[in-house]
Design a protein around this ligand. Sequence first.
Ligand code: SME
Length: 140
Amino acid sequence: LLPQIKSLAANENDLIANLANVCAALKFGMNFLWVGFYLVKNNELVLGPFQGPIACTRIAIGKGVCGIAWQKQKTIIVEDVAKFPGHISCSSLSKSEIVIPVFDKNKNVIAVLDVDSDNLNSFDKTDELYLKEIVSLVRF
Ligand code: SME
């Protein structure tokens, strides 16, 4: 997926357009259940471009996996969402997830990338590595 996303993002500087294509490439390239971005707006996360079932639209800082990844400014990998205290369930099909904070040039978190799987234990450090690389191809 990296060359595909690299060429898509290299020829387009609109943020939403690029995030939308990243979601589609990941969703259909990897067959994940849900792939999407939540964008930081007025001190909360608001649903941005995504692919998959409908999702909750707003998440407060420190809430759910996304809100904690934002607050702690680090990637969170959840092997089993049923065992993660405070997990926000948007789809009962979601069993594991990874959330990666997205930083701007000033090192502020401006979004998070959330990827959900309908299998347990779908994500590890390799997913973290390449998802971070994919996000880094988009200019923020
Ligand atoms: N599970 C996330 C909420 C977003 S949905 O999975 C699309 C969370 O706990 O933050």
